[in-house]
Design a protein around this ligand. Structure first.
Ligand code: SF4
Ligand code: SF4
Ligand code: FES
Length: 872
């Protein structure tokens, strides 16, 4: 640590950082705009000025930008110096010359960094009397709103969008003294991480367009710490509610997981919670019924029937466990398709019992050589793709280090790097978005990808088996070997166990960490629960071992071919379904129970990293909606902690779930943690048309959070942070006040408890089942899934903004007698599906891609051989 004197007092600061970073880490109120912990410094806005002195005898000093000056040993600066303060006030006055005067109608108002900095810099009177510069706004699509008049030209947006997220359709367009930040013409922002502009832009230029449809100020919303439910990465979110509807999702910083950023599916997919398809009352034989009658029916069916339970990888551990306990462990099924369940079990077996380490997303960002085997990361685990876009900078960063350019000096580093990229090798069945930054790519059928993987492992360790010598394998192995933090990424997307084993072999050479993606938010947790897959549940009913089935938050038509599900549901004498949205499975149920979504329930998910994380109820559900675990709970379970305690007994590997968040009894100085910001003004007024006296807020027995603004003013532990706020910091930049050091871990540790750690050095034999090389077949195609960030996920597809962007279903081939857009029938063992044809030259010969998860392309077992024909 270096000692830096701020207004004559010594402070320890990280010498590898700049003065702004150091000052903010010590809680100084030093205004800034263009600097961001994830983006570094460019010195564009001149807002962070301080006075620097040569030594203690220097009384004159000079103005410097704190974000552009290293926190070197012995540096002496003054924030309070009148000249520095006047400089900062002058800068903000300049920025405000053209800024509109209408904060009350700006969506950013009340959580605006520009508002905060204007107050902080002491600019409180407008002297400017002339016309303001105005711009034409653009329609940037359904997710992000554009209001250019509010721009202060800090350049954060383009630096984030282009340099950090890899987008190229947003830019700064300058003409004379005018700079415009937007697209060259109106149109949907193309980058999958465009929503982060909402938090990156320090003013109201880029705001959440989905929030606009049901707008509420930050201080009028009720928040809870939550988790994204739209893939297996477990990004941390804060969810905001008002009047019983979910209003928006914002990023909840977790240094080890999502850092400052979410993907657009995660940020904007929340609106399924407000969908008209929500089930809000129990339904018995097609008619609404009372909760009491529904519960009696449930009890009777359990008492009199031979019952099995089907869990779900999109339901919480607690809900799955409640069902498992209700029907008995031997009668509990995981709810996953057979192939997927087998593959995920294999992945967990590798992570639990082999000497390999699964990295956090933050560690993925720091990897300096990466080999992706079979995964279309951008579309399957989007936030990981953003991490990989940073990982390719790691190795070239050495150039900057050699030139002694501090790594926080963004422009200098980028100039030195000249766009150089470190090793990233991608082997997938089709071209992916990340191919544009890859060192080399290989597109092949899953078996050929696996063969490449085995060959890489063999090139790293000759004892690992291989079928052939790929020159590319030697190149990949060389890059992994030369790297300090090498990584291999794989998953279940291709439906190939050989691929998973090949990736494990690469990691087991000791030359790479191993990251598996998981398809859904609790795929890993549901697998740890230990039930057999769906096919066994189907057999239990068809063999007569059971006559009643309880299905938990699971549309079986998305998991298995329709004819199999039809026959299963028809054969079962009684079908009971708990879910939050009407779907093809609930339609066939005798009894439907309204389950809470993530926003109306508490629970735990286990992410693909193996991190158990808790999410909390944002608002008390309306009507008869209740968390699934409450519908299914045992008599002795009063609250969520009772379920968690009961769970760790039969499932000791889930004991770490207790550490995921403090129990409901947790208090800070005897007080709960408020869900609402203390500036909240509207709770009383909200119900004034009914009663002017404010009703007692609902009780919450399941968490240490209160349903009001009352509670501790202190900062809660990381898993319990409902919103980021600190005096003077009303925007999301308040995150820095919760970190040990700006940009670093949260105080008290980041949220979540890791379940898997490597089991030591005991060397396991390599996997050795190498598939034969792929042989195309005459008249048939190997059908493989193609994933889409907008469309393949069941729940986000019901959010209007995401639905607007969703890909339409299609089948794609690279060659043959086909017409783009013509309808064809795709037939395979799972059925026949009529979809339009697409030509994708990136697919290998003999391989056809199906846009997976986009109706009607659901419930299909892939990969599978199939035929494509013109409709008769
Ligand atoms: S649009 Fe926002 S982020 Fe971009 S330059 Fe303007 S104020 Fe900065
Ligand atoms: S990457 Fe996955 S978990 Fe993260 S925000 Fe996107 S969909 Fe959600
Ligand atoms: S934050 Fe330092 S110049 Fe912009």
């Amino acid at each position: 640590m270096a000692t830096v004197y701020v207004d004559n007092k010594p402070y320890p600061m990280n010498p590898d950082e700049n003065l702004l970073h150091g000052c903010l880490s010590h809680g100084f109120k030093l205004p800034y705009f263009c600097w961001h912990p994830a983006l570094g410094s460019v010195g564009a806005c001149r807002q962070c000025a301080v006075k620097q002195f040569k030594d203690e005898h220097d009384t004159h000093g000079k103005i410097v930008m704190s974000c552009m000056t290293p926190a070197a040993e012995g540096t002496r600066i003054s924030i309070a110096d009148p000249e520095a303060a006047a400089f900062r006030a002058g800068i903000i006055e300049g920025l405000m010359l053209n800024h509109p005067h209408d904060c009350p109608v700006c969506d950013e108002g009340g959580e605006c960094h520009l508002q905060d900095m204007t107050v902080m810099a002491g600019h409180d009177y407008r002297r400017y009397e002339f016309d303001k510069r105005t711009f034409r706004n653009q329609n940037l699509g359904p997710l992000v709103n554009h209001e250019m008049n509010r721009c202060i030209q800090c350049y954060r947006c383009v630096r984030y969008y282009r340099d950090y997220a890899g987008g190229n359709d947003l830019n700064a367009f300058a003409s004379r003294n005018t700079v415009f930040f937007g697209r060259s013409e109106d149109g949907i922002l193309e980058n999958e991480f465009s929503g982060n502009l909402v938090e990156i832009c320090p003013t109201g230029v880029f705001t959440d367009k989905t929030l606009k449809h049901h707008y509420a100020r930050k201080w009028d919303q009720q928040f809870a710490p939550s988790l994204c439910v739209h893939c297996g990465l477990g990004c941390n979110t804060d969810a905001g509610e008002r009047y019983g509807t979910l209003r928006r999702i914002v990023n909840r910083y977790n240094h080890e997981v999502n850092g400052y950023f979410l993907c657009d599916r995660g940020r904007f997919g929340y609106e399924f919670v407000n969908s008209e398809r929500r089930i809000r009352r129990p339904v018995l034989e097609g008619r609404p019924t009372s909760v009491a009658l529904a519960q009696r029916q449930l009890r009777e069916r359990i008492a009199n029937g031979r019952v099995i339970g089907i869990g779900s990888p999109r339901a919480s551990l607690e809900a799955n466990f409640a069902l498992r306990t209700l029907v008995g462990p031997n009668r509990f099924y995981s709810g996953m398709a057979d192939d997927e369940a087998r593959l995920v079990r294999r992945m967990l077996e590798i992570l639990q019992h082999r000497p390999v380490r699964t990295p956090t997303l933050h560690e993925i960002e720091e990897s300096d050589a990466v080999f992706i085997l079979g995964e279309d990361v951008t579309n399957v685990a989007p936030r990981m793709a953003l991490a990989l876009r940073q990982s390719v900078r790691q190795q070239p960063m050495e150039i900057a280090q050699k030139l002694k350019i501090p790594l926080w000096m963004d422009h200098g580093v980028r100039d030195a790097l000249q766009g150089a990229k470190g090793p990233l090798y991608i082997a997938t069945p089709y071209a992916t978005r990340l191919d544009e930054i890859a060192t080399a790519t290989f597109h092949g059928a899953p078996d050929d990808l696996a063969r490449l993987g085995f060959a890489v492992a063999h090139a790293l360790d000759p004892r690992a088996p291989s079928a052939e010598n790929f020159p590319l394998a030697n190149e990949i192995a060389g890059a992994l070997k030369a790297a300090k933090k090498p990584l291999v990424i794989c998953g279940a997307s291709c439906g190939s166990e050989a691929l998973i084993q090949a990736a494990a072999n690469v990691a087991m050479t000791g030359e790479a960490a191993l990251s598996f993606t998981a398809p859904e938010c609790n795929t890993v947790g549901a697998t740890l629960m230990g039930g057999s897959p769906l096919g066994d549940a189907f057999r239990a009913i068809s063999d007569g071992q059971a006559d009643t089935v309880i299905i938990l938050e699971n549309d079986l038509y998305r998991r298995a071919p329709a004819h199999e599900v039809d026959s299963f549901l028809k054969t079962a004498a009684h079908v009971i379904v708990l879910d939050h949205l009407a779907n093809a499975t609930t339609e066939k149920a005798e009894l439907v129970l309204p389950a809470g979504t993530f926003a109306e329930s508490d629970g735990t998910f286990v992410s693909s990293e193996g991190r158990a994380q808790r999410y909390f109820q944002v608002f008390v559900p309306q009507n008869d909606v209740a968390p699934s675990w409450r519908w299914l709970k045992q008599d002795g379970w009063k609250d969520l902690d009772d379920v968690i305690a009961a769970m760790s007994e039969p499932l000791p590997e889930l004991a770490a779930v207790r550490q995921a968040a403090p129990p409901a009894t947790f208090r800070i100085n005897g007080a709960k943690i408020p869900r609402s910001p203390h500036r909240e003004s509207g709770r009383t007024a909200m119900l004034a048309n009914i009663d002017v006296s404010e009703p007692k807020p609902p009780d919450d027995d399941d968490s240490p959070l209160s349903y009001s603004m009352e509670g501790t003013p202190d900062q809660p532990p990381a898993p319990l942070i409902p919103f980021f706020w600190s005096p003077g910091w009303n925007s999301i930049q308040a995150t820095q006040m919760y970190q040990k050091e700006v940009g670093g871990p949260l105080r008290g540790g980041d949220a979540g408890a890791r379940i898997f750690e490597p089991t030591g050095a005991n060397r396991q034999p390599y996997f050795n089942t190498i598939p034969a090389a792929f042989e195309p077949r005459e008249g048939e195609w190997l059908l493989v899934p193609i994933y889409h960030i907008f469309g393949s996920d069941e729940l986000s597809l019901l959010a209007p903004g995401i639905a607007e962007l969703a890909t339409k279903p299609y089948v794609a081939v690279s060659t043959g007698d086909v017409t783009e857009g013509a309808e064809v029938d795709v037939s395979c063992a799972s059925g026949t599906f009529r979809v339009p044809m697409r030509i994708r030259h990136d697919l290998p010969p003999g391989v056809a891609g199906l846009s997976m998860g986009i109706p009607p392309l659901v419930g299909i077992k892939l990969p599978a051989w199939g035929k494509i024909a013109r409709p008769k």
